[in-house]
Design a protein around this ligand. Structure first.
Ligand code: RP5
Length: 163
């Protein structure tokens, strides 16, 4: 199936985090692609990816980056598609640098920014699927089912000592 969500990241070192977005989309059955696209190491590739994504059929872009994390903002500047940013936890500043770089976009070019690290990657996938769910009923249903299963899991084991 043609990918509807593009997961991109600034470096292969971001994969530990961004793999959680891909795994979540796998669970939801949402077709996606994964690629390293660096704002500062491969700037021309970044422009090309952002400019061509919509025409290739991509409808949502999830962009993860760490440190001085330009990738989500620069991609958002070059495409009208919704861009969801995942701040990767950096070693030096624990991801606060990534978070502030991604979330503090000046008015005019939004990046929907998620939490730092694994939680942000999972939620970016869920939010991406919800966005697709406005158009594709199967992905809306997949998100509803995911939530129901999550609720059942919590309710079925209320005593943490039994986990
Ligand atoms: C950013 O720099 C990447 O998104 C990554 O989080 C960070 C460090 O990259 P590496 O030096 O590990 O390749 O561009």
């Amino acid at each position: 199936m043609k990918p509807l969500i593009g997961i991109i990241m600034g470096s292969t070192s971001d994969w530990d985090t961004m793999s959680h977005a891909a795994e979540t989309l796998d669970k939801l059955g949402v077709p996606h692609e994964v690629e390293v696209v660096s704002a500062h190491r491969t700037p021309d590739k970044l422009f090309q990816y952002a400019e061509e994504a919509e025409a290739r059929g991509i409808e949502v872009i999830i962009a993860g980056a760490g440190g001085a994390a330009h990738l989500p903002g620069m991609v958002a500047a070059k495409t009208p598609l919704p861009v969801l940013g995942v701040p990767v936890q950096s070693k030096a500043l624990n991801g606060m640098d990534s978070l502030l770089s991604i979330v503090q976009m000046p008015g005019g070019i939004p990046v929907g920014t998620l939490a730092i690290g694994k939680a942000g990657a999972i939620n970016a996938a869920l939010l991406g699927a919800s966005i697709l769910g406005n158009k594709y009923s199967e992905y809306r249903q997949a998100v509803v089912d995911f939530r129901e299963k999550q609720t059942e899991t919590v309710l079925s084991k209320p005593d943490p000592r039994e986990l």
